[in-house]
Every structure is written in structure tokens, then in C-alpha cells.
Write a protein that binds this ligand. Sequence first.
Ligand code: TXA
Ligand code: MG
Length: 354
Amino acid sequence: MAGTKITAILRVDPQQPEAAVIARAAAVLRAGGLVAFPTETVYGLGANALDSAAVQGIFAAKERPAYDPLIVHLGQVAELLQVAATCPPVAETLAARFWPGSLTLVLPKHARVPAVVTAGGETVAVRVPQHPVALALIRAAGVPVAAPSANRFGRLSPTCAADVLAELDGRVDLILDAGPTPVGVESTVLSLVTEPPTILRPGGVSREALIEVLGPVALLEQPVTAEQIAPAPGTLAQHYAPRARLVLYQGERRAVLATMREDALALQAQGVRVGLWLADEDLPEVAALDVFTVAAGPAADLEQVARQLFATLRQLDEAGVAVILARDLGAQGIGLAIRDRLTRAAGGHVIQVA
Ligand code: TXA
Ligand code: MG
């Protein structure tokens, strides 16, 4: 799809969104247009979820395959039964605890939701986002808003308006610019049509927090090699990918850093441009190397690492490196989502250092 639209960008206050700006964006949604807007996780590319033609526009703008379903965003918890056919008690409990917030629930779909939204499936993914701009926009539009992340298919999710513009200029009607998104990785997608509930995609709400409320929670095992890529919702292995090839290193910190140093030097010796993605405190360990390095944040503050994740990977791409060597920072809390995104970016290329 060529960029045929004229993309307007409007600044909006992230805490107290200006009513006039929100009204203009809501009118675009109601008219069947596409609006990119901030959520607390990443920027979303929104359309009226009840308007099939508008939702088709999302797939076209993103060049997203039709088999990958969209998340429906609501302005109120009370609207859940407008898009889900049933609301089991567990959904009510989760909604009360985590909404508005970074948790997406997969439930049986209401007949009203067009097939294009759910990729023809019988379930619908729903969440009430927490960002004041997202909430104001959805409420003003008065319709549920289908919104994937506002990037082209298979690329890094956007965490600021400039990222959206770089991916979708000429393909969306309006971008609401409220600055960087506070969580930085996408929502946790939790299926409630399995027993026990299954995390299809780790994200902003941690597995630990879900277990506290639900007891046992399953975690979908991601396919790890490119050959195993399954065209099923939420399971694309190679997703969230930077342009560079990424290799993820797991294991004890000192041993991992030693292996990464060796591998970086070996690649450089072959003329390959290498970049390193490391925790802040790792930087002195590679200071002697002449290798482009980004500081991902302190390993002890994975919330900060998550917030900067996509921006730091973009930095490596912009530096023109061909290979990114990244150190795994653990799976505690939001660390599971960070590991998931890095593993997918690596297309399963994960090295265990003994
Ligand atoms: O934080 C987020 O979730 C962001 C913001 C904009 O809300 N949205 C987002 O959407 O990340 P998207 O489309 O990039 O990712 C949605 C994921 C996909 O992996 C999709 O396959 C899965 O949710 N999904 C959507 N509907 C589903 C369904 N009915 N069953 C299983 N997985 C579903
Ligand atoms: Mg996405």
C-alpha cells in the first residue's frame, strides 16, 4: 500500500488531554478513519472495531496478514459484554484488579464483533487501556476501538509519535502525540478460554501478579526456530524484529559477558558490524572493545529496561549494525516480557552459556 493519506499530527497533554484534540480524533474514528494514539504500553493504530471497512484499513496500513487478530479496546469495564459473548467470574475478578491496565483478556466473541477483527476466530481479545489519552479517545468516539501496535507488521512497536510517523506516514489520518509511553512493552495477552488460563504473550502485567489472583497460569511455549513459525494468534516467533540479526545470550553474568566479548571480536574480525545490548552495569566490562553499545538500563530495574526496550533496539538499527548481541536480564516480573521480545527478535537464536 502506498502512502495515500495526509497524516496529521496533534500534540496532546498525556495527563489532561485537551477536549478539542480528542473530539477531532474521535470524529476521525467515527468516520471510519485511522488514528494512532498512545496507550500506556505502546502506540496503537485504532479504528472503529464495529466498522469492518475501517478495520480492513488497519490491516492494509500495517501490511498485516489477515490471520492475525486485533485487540479491541474499551473505555469502560462495564462495556465488556458488548464485545464478549460471556464474562466468566474470573474475567470480572481480573478486570476489577487490572483494568484499566496492560492486560488483554481472550474471551468468546460477541456476534456483533466483525470477523475481520478476530481473524475469523470465535474469540475476541479485549482490554481497557490505562493511558488518559487512550481512555478519553475511546470514550469520546463512543465505539470499541480495534488497535494493534502502530508499526508495520513484524517491526518494532512504537513507543513515541516519531516512531509511528516513521512507520506509517501517509497511511494513517491522524497521530496523537503524547510523548513516550510509560510501560514500553505491549500488554499481557491472557486466554480465559483455556483451563487454567494461558499467557499467550507476556507483557505489562506480570505472570506473578496473575498467579496471585488466579492461582495456576499456563505460559504458551513460543516456537523457537524460524521453521516452527505457526500462523496462529500471538505465536509468531519472528516478531518485534529489528533490522539487524539479534543473538540472545543467557546464563551467569560473568560467563555471558566473556562469551559476548569473544563473539563480538570474532565477528568484527570478519568485518561484521556488531552492536551490544547490555545492562548499564555491564558497560565497564566492554569498555576496552571498540564496539557500538547501548545501555538498556539497570538490570535491577527491569521496568526501566522495558520502557526503553524498543528505543534501544532502534538505536542499534540506526547505528547500522548487522548483528546485535543482547544479554538476557532474567524473567522476573516484566523481565519475562523483555525476554519474550528479545527471543522473538532473535528468531530463536538463543545461546546458553554454561
Ligand atoms: O499493548 C498492547 O497490547 C498494544 C496496545 C496498542 O494495546 N496492542 C498490541 O496489539 O500489541 P498487537 O496487534 O500488536 O498484538 C496483539 C496480540 C497479537 O499477538 C495477536 O495475535 C493476539 O494479541 N491476539 C489478538 N486477538 C487474539 C485472539 N482472539 N486470540 C488469541 N490471540 C489474540
Ligand atoms: Mg504488534
